[in-house]
Design a binder for this molecule. Sequence first.
Ligand code: 3H9
Length: 692
Amino acid sequence: MTAINDVTTLEKEGGIAVVTLNSPPVNALSAPVREGITNGIKQAIDDPDVKAIVLICEGKTFIAGADITEFGKAPKGPSLFDAQAMIENAPKPVVAAIHGTALGGGLEVALTCHYRVAVPSAKCGLPEVNLGLLPGAGGTQRLPRIVGPEKALEMVTTGQHVGAKKCLEMGLVDELAEEGKLREGAVAFANKIVAEKRPLKKVRDLNDKVEAARGKPEIFANIRKANARKFRGFLAPEYNIQCIEAAVNLPFDEGIKVEQKLFRELVTGTQSAAQRHVFFAERQVWKLPDVPADTPIIPVNKVGIIGAGTMGGGIAMNFLNVGLPVTIVETKQDALDRGLGVIRKNYENSAKKGRFPMEEVEKRMGLLTGSLDMNDLADCDLVIEAVFENMDVKKDVFGKLDKIVKQGAILATNTSALNIDEIATAVKRPEAVIGLHFFSPANVMRLLEVVRADKTSKSVIATSMQIARKIGKIAALVGVCPGFVGNRILAQRQREAQKLIMEGAMPWDVDRVLYDFGLPMGPFAMSDLAGLDIGWNKEKSKGETLRDRLCEMDRRGQKTGAGYYDYDENRNAKPSPVVEKMILDYAAEKGINRRKISDDEILERCIYPMINEGAKILEEGKAIRSSDIDIVWINGYGFPVYRGGPMFYGDTVGADKVLAKMKEFQATMGDDFKPAALLEKIVAEGKKFSDF
Ligand code: 3H9
């Protein structure tokens, strides 16, 4: 065996040279890997005894793409194009041997090989779109030449990973090797093509599929139309489509030029920077500096839930979905029946939509037990309380649980705002108490805020994070403070939105600006959807707030056909003249001189105080790192991924600009805009939020 460099070896098996890459964790195309490929293939070409070459990887995967950490840095070593040219122009067949995932630049390398062999468990994909990019190493020009433009469009715009069997059907893979015997399979395949004198198949020269799509612009129009909502605001999906259009309409080398130009634009832009930030943030969020990896985990084999309402039911589904038995406790039979009925209905609807077979409904329901007796939770390993948001009620529940549930179990609350340290005083084992703040609908929303209280044990934290992963959530560990991280930041935006409509804007102005910024909906549309009467009390309502007045008129949101907006029978919203008048009257009563408010002011007043609050959260140590706040807001509130979350957006704008605006607002509008000490510090030290 010859070492080509630290990450590459060359070995000969008869007339076949095997070039092996070994660069953990995912064999990304770093400078040494590119050098290893270029030099390894060259040596094999130069060796007259070698008849064919196999390119294979050690570790858990084939090349998983370009090294994302290299983007934005000065290029080093041979380029990816040098490595690819060495392969594609080799006078001997080169076979890619694929296991794990061949993704992005990894698949693009495989596409310059003359043949591809994979094990059945392998997957191939061009997921660049999820990083705000497009495949920039020929992927958009080669993939449609093998699989056809329609399938290529689907792959590049979704970033989906396609299983090896499907790849074989699509012609992306030439042969499947036996699982666990990739190297033998690939070498045998290489020997076979040498014996059969098969040609050096260059994907770039295949033209029939792209030519067949020429003059059919509807292929592209259709995908744009079908995904208009999903692609809204993102640059990368459109750029990927334009590249496939170029593959169809231009010769290969011209198409590559288009790909290069658009790739450069994306890779240097703010959207891709934001999406790459999110990629790493999603992995960082699991890392807990003071909870070591070897912290003992509490086995969770049975889950108890108190409360079969919307929240409790949704939470239960998460555990049933992964095969964990759940006992759900209610106080009244009809509430229990209703709760269990909703869960069943949700599952039946999913089965009808084809998400899983009908038998699965019974399987999941079979894991669910309803009860009116808290004693039935005695042997649960994790109990989650999801009752009414009232401190006395919660403390009462925890006091009872303390007496019933076995020692060593986790006692969790789903409170979204109450002080968990205080809840923990109701038990003799505060170390067992933690917050598991699910977002509604709890079976759908990806975010889980894991809220550590003062006395929560590390074991309970580590287990909660692990269980979150098991049920497919993305969990952020946060500390106890009003609203925790997500709602605490939300409160800033809600306050400003309300003030803005008093001072001069209308609800639809505020909503439009925030929607255009990329949020799924603005604060007023959101209130209408949720229902304006949440927490509103009919008896006590005296028309003191705008909300009181709307609810008193029975304008309680979408469900009553009117709220901040008027709704037609299809729930389409229209600005409401009634609300407009109500706002003008209200402002007049309060002596507010309304003024014209610009879109810029709306955006800055809604978003900058959120960033400022994020800085306070960091300075108080209620979030571990700035990127965790981004994760919370992207996954819990739909903050646009292409802006990287509120804190990354703060860095994009510049902390200095955020601070200057906060000071300007503070001078005219008071201490709602008082800058966080950490914001001042970041600016004084010339740092970024992402440094924290
Ligand atoms: C591209 O290829 C552009 C080209 O078209 C053009 C170029 C000119 N780079 O996810 P995991 C790290 S763009 C650097 O936990 P899993 C990751 O951060 C790229 N680092 O493992 C983590 O580090 P840590 C297109 C990377 O088993 C560790 O590896 N490719 C990269 O759950 C383990 O990762 C993609 O978008 C990378 N490319 O999943 C694929 N990938 O341990 C991105 C991973 O310090 N990668 N790391 O936290 C993935 O989707 C998953 O990592 C994969 C494994 C499915 C491969």
